[in-house]
Design a protein around this ligand. Structure first.
Ligand code: HDD
Length: 724
C-alpha cells in the first residue's frame, strides 16, 4: 500500500515543517536537522488518498478474495490478493546477530569549538557547526523481541551524516570489551546466546556456556566487572555513558596524528535500576527503555550528551602500564583527562521503526577524513564484520542506498548494479581511469581520505604484545573505585549469575579468577554460593608494570549525578474515591513545574471523586502499571480513600517495591497509615527518601520531595535480602 511520496509535495505531512537546508554547518534549530529533511523524499502519508496496489492501481474491495461464485473457489488471477499476501510473506528480515533489540532517534551534534589543530574531521571544523546524527541504543545478547532491562552491555551507535561522508561511532555504554582479538568474537557470542540445544535462556548471561567461556578467558574479567555493576541495568538509555572503546587516530590537515578515545556523557546523569526492579519491569513493560526514549522525545525533553576526547600521543601510549591497542583496558582520566568537544541532542523520533531503526546499518569502517584506525586487533575484525553482516541482513551490497543509511554528502563512483539498486547511473562509463567521461569521477587526492602512513616493519605473526597478558589490574581498579553500595551490587550480581550455572567447577573457576581482582569480592561471592574460597587462578603474567592509578572516581556511577533534576521522572500518585483533592492539585502543579510526569494510579483507570466532589482521572491502574515502574510515589490523604487503598492487595506491593528499590515516598495525612501497613517503620527519621506531611502542607513539602526524587535512590535502606 503506497500513497504518493512526500517529494511530490502533494500529501507530505512534513511539508509544513521547518526542514533545514539539507546542508550541514547551519545554526542549531531544535526539532530539525538536515537528515530529517533529506528523508522527506521517501516519507509517505496516505491521508485523503485511496488504497492502491504497489503498481498504483486503486483497489475497489480490500475485504474479499476474487471467487468463481460467492461459495466458489478463489481465482489465481486475483493479483490484488496475491500481491498483498506475497508482500506480507516477506515482511521480516534477519535480525542482527548481536544488538538485535534496539531503539533509535534523530538529532544533531554541535561542536563547541574548532578542533582543527588535531583533526580535519568535518564535525569539528568550526565552533557551532551542526552535523545531523541518528543514534541507536541496544541490548547485545537478546533477540529482537526480548526485554529491555536484561543485565547486559548496551550498544551506543551514532551515525554522523557529515558533509564529508558518513562517520559511524559504534560504541557501547561500557568502555572496555570482553576480548582482545576479533578472532574470539564468534566464540564469545556463541557462549552468551541461548544454549543451542534448547534455545535458553533468552537475553541473559546467567547460564553455563557464558560463564564457562569467560572463566577460561581471564581477559574478559575487566568487562565482567562493568556488566555485573549497575551499569548492566541502566534506568534509561538517556542515562548512560557511551564509549568508542578502541583507540582511534585523529589526523589534521598537515597529516599529523594523535591517538584518541571517545566518551559520551549524559546530561541526564548516569542512573541505574536495581536488580529486583529490572527483573520485575521485564515482565510488566519489556519495552521500558524504548518507551522511555520515545516518550521523552515526544514530550520535548530532548536527551543530550557531551562528547569528550581523551587525546594522547604515541609516546605517552608507549609509557603506559597497559597497551592502548588492548580493548580490555581503559585510559584512566587521571592519566589523560577528557577534552569536551561538543554535544549531541536527540530531538526527533523515527517515523517508521522498520525503515529507520531496523534498517540502519552502522559500521566501524565508516570513517571520514580526519579520523583513522589504530592497530587494535579487535577493531580490525570489526572493520570487516559490519559491512559483511549487512549484506545478508539487508539483502545485498546496496544497503547504503536505503534512505536512513544514505549520506547527505553526494555519492559518485563506478560501483554498479546488485540487488535492489536504486541509483540510475547515467552514461556508458563505469570505470576509472577513463577518457570518455572526462576522467570523472576523479580521485580527490589529499582532499579525500588518506590513510595515516603508520610505519610497520615486523614479521607476520599470530600472537599478542606483552602488555596484553596483564588481565586483572584494571578490574581491581574498577572495583576499588566503586562506592560500598556499588560493590555490594557487583557481588550480588556475580552471586546471582553464578548461582544459575549448573556445573560447580565453572562457578569455582570464576570465583578463583575473582580472587585476583579482590579477595573481598571473591569471598563475598563464594559465601553467597556456599563454597569455600578457592585458590587464586594462576595469572598469565606476574611481572607486569604496576598500574599508574589505583582508584579513579570517574569509574563510579555516582560521579555523574546529572543536571536535569527530576525532569521526565515518573511519579505515581495513588487515588481512590474520596481522596484529598486540594493537596494533590498543589503537589501535582509543583511536580509538573519541575518537569516530572505525574500519573494518577487507581484500582482501575477512569474517574474518581475527590473529598470535595471534584473529579480526578486515573490514567493508570495498579494492575496495568505496578509500583516498580515509577521513580517515586505519593500516598494521598483522605480517610475514605486510604481505607479503600488499604483494602486493596496491590497497595502493599506498590509501597513495598518503592521501599525495597530505595525510591522516594511521600505520605500525606492519613496516607501515612499505608506506610505502616507495608511494614515501614514510622520513625525512620534518618531516611531522606521517606517524607511525611499533613495534606495542608503538600505545597510546602513539594521542594523537599523534588530534592529527594532528584537523588534518584536512597541507598541507606538498601537491603539484601529485603526487609520483611
Ligand atoms: Fe559489534 C553490532 C558495538 C565488537 C560485530 N556492535 C554492533 C552494534 C553495536 C556494536 C553498538 C549495534 C549497531 C546497531 O545499532 O545497529 N561491537 C560493538 C563494540 C564492540 C564490538 C563496542 C567492541 C569494542 N562487534 C564486535 C566485534 C565484531 C562485531 C569484535 C566482529 C568481529 N557487531 C558486529 C556485527 C553487528 C554488530 C555482527 C551485528 C549487527 C550489525 O553489526 O550491524 O557485525
Amino acid at each position: 500500500m503506497t500513497a504518493k511520496p512526500a517529494s511530490n509535495g502533494l500529501t507530505a505531512s512534513t511539508a509544513t515543517e521547518e526542514t533545514g537546508t539539507g546542508k550541514t554547518g547551519g545554526a542549531a534549530r531544535p526539532g530539525t536537522n538536515a537528515t530529517v529533511a533529506s528523508l522527506d523524499r521517501v516519507r509517505v502519508d496516505a491521508s485523503d488518498q485511496p488504497l492502491t496496489t504497489n503498481q498504483g492501481v486503486a483497489i475497489g474491495d480490500n475485504q474479499n478474495t476474487l471467487k468463481a461464485g460467492l461459495r466458489g473457489p478463489s481465482l489465481l488471477e486475483d493479483f490484488i490478493l496475491r500481491e498483498k499476501i506475497t508482500h506480507f510473506d516477506h515482511e521480516r528480515i534477519p535480525e542482527r546477530i548481536v544488538h538485535a533489540r534496539g531503539s533509535a532517534a534523530h538529532g544533531y551534534f554541535e561542536a563547541y569549538d574548532a578542533m582543527t589543530k588535531v583533526t580535519r574531521a568535518a564535525p569539528f571544523a568550526k565552533k557551532g557547526k551542526i552535523t545531523p546524527v541518528f543514534a541507536r541504543f541496544s541490548t547485545v545478547a537478546g533477540e529482537r523481541g526480548s526485554k529491555d532491562t536484561a543485565r547486559d552491555a548496551r550498544g551506543f551507535a551514532v551515525k554522523f551524516y557529515t558533509d564529508e561522508g558518513n562517520w559511524d561511532l559504534v560504541g557501547n555504554n561500557i568502555p572496555v570489551f570482553f576480548i582482545q582479538d576479533a578472532m574470539k568474537f564468534p566464540d564469545l557470542v556463541h557462549a552468551v546466546k541461548p544454549e543451542p540445544h534448547h534455545g535458553m535462556p533468552q537475553a541473559a548471561s546467567a547460564h553455563d556456556t557464558f560463564w564457562d567461556f569467560v572463566s577460561l578467558m581471564p581477559e574478559s574479567t575487566h568487562m565482567l566487572m562493568w556488566v555485573m555493576s549497575d551499569r548492566g541495568i541502566p534506568r534509561s538509555y538517556r542515562m548512560m555513558q557511551g564509549f568508542g572503546v578502541h583507540t582511534f587516530r585523529l589526523v589534521n590537515d598537515q597529516g599529523e596524528s594523535v591517538f584518541c578515545k571517545f566518551h559520551w556523557k549524559p546530561l541526564q546523569g548516569t542512573h541505574s535500576l536495581v536488580w529486583d526492579e529490572a527483573v520485575k519491569i521485564s515482565g510488566a513493560d519489556p519495552d521500558y527503555h524504548r518507551r522511555d526514549l520515545w516518550e521523552a522525545i515526544e514530550s520535548g525533553e530532548f536527551p543530550e550528551w557531551e562528547l569528550g576526547l581523551q587525546i594522547f600521543t604515541e609516546e605517552q601510549a608507549e609509557a603506559f602500564s597497559f597497551d592502548v591497542l588492548d580493548s580490555t583496558k581503559i585510559i584512566p582520566e587521571e592519566l589523560v583527562p577528557l577534552t569536551p568537544v561538543g554535544r549531541m541532542v536527540l530531538n526527533r523520533n523515527p517515523d517508521n521503526f522498520f525503515a529507520e531503526t531496523e534498517q540502519v546499518a552502522f559500521c566501524t569502517a565508516h570513517v571520514i577524513p580526519g579520523i583513522d584506525f589504530s592497530n587494535d586487533p579487535l577493531l580490525a575484525g570489526r572493520i570487516h564484520s559490519y559491512t559483511d553482516t549487512q549484506i545478508t541482513r539487508l539483502g545485498g551490497p546496496n544497503f547504503h542506498e536505503i534512505p536512513i543509511n544514505s549520506p547527505i554528502a553526494p555519492v559518485q563512483n563506478n560501483q554498479r548494479d546488485g540487488m535492489h539498486r536504486q541509483a540510475l547511473n547515467r552514461g556508458r562509463v563505469a570505470y576509472e581511469p577513463n577518457s570518455l567521461a572526462g576522467g570523472c569521477p576523479f580521485q580527490a587526492g589529499t582532499a579525500g581520505f588518506v590513510s595515516f602512513p603508520d610505519a610497520n616493519a615486523e614479521d607476520k605473526v599470530r600472537g599478542k604484545p606483552e602488555k596484553f597478558a596483564e588481565h586483572y589490574a584494571q578490574a581491581t581498579l574498577f572495583y576499588n573505585s566503586q562506592t560500598d553500595v556499588e560493590k555490594a551490587h557487583i557481588a550480588a550480581a556475580f552471586r546471582f549469575e553464578l548461582s544459575k550455572v549448573g556445573v560447580p567447577a565453572i562457578r569455582e573457576r570464576m570465583v578463583s579468577s575473582l580472587v585476583n581482582v579482590s579477595v573481598e569480592l571473591a569471598t563475598e561471592v563464594a559465601t553467597g554460593l556456599g563454597i569455600d574460597l578457592p585458590a587464586a587462578m594462576p595469572k598469565a603474567s606476574n611481572d607486569s608494570q604496576p598500574p599508574e592509578v589505583t582508584t579513579s572516581p570517574a569509574l563510579s556511577l555516582m560521579a555523574l549525578p546529572g543536571k536535569t533534576g527530576i525532569r521526565t521522572r515518573q511519579i505515581a500518585v495513588l487515588v481512590e474515591e474520596g481522596v484529598h483533592h486540594a493537596s494533590l492539585v498543589d503537589l501535582d502543579g509543583a511536580l509538573i513545574g519541575a518537569g516530572a510526569v505525574v500519573h494518577f494510579v487507581g484500582p482501575r483507570v477512569g474517574m474518581f471523586a475527590g473529598d470535595s466532589g471534584e473529579k480526578l482521572a486515573a490514567d493508570k491502574s495498579m494492575e496495568n502499571a505496578p509500583g516498580f515502574l515509577f521513580d517515586a510515589l505519593v500516598l494521598p490523604d483522605g480517610s475514605e480513600a486510604v481505607q479503600a487503598l488499604a483494602a486493596n492487595g496491590h497497595t502493599v506491593e506498590f509501597v513495598k517495591d518503592q521501599f525495597r528499590h530505595c525510591k522516594t515516598i511521600l505520605a500525606l495525612g492519613a496516607g501515612q497509615q499505608l506506610l505502616e501497613m507495608a511494614g515501614i517503620d514510622p520513625t525512620r527519621e534518618e531516611d531522606e527518601g521517606i517524607l511525611r506531611a499533613k495534606s495542608a502542607n503538600a505545597a510546602k513539602i513539594a521542594a523537599a520531595f523534588i530534592k529527594a526524587i532528584a537523588a534518584h535512590r536512597h541507598f541507606s535502606r538498601d537491603s539484601d535480602p529485603p526487609v520483611k
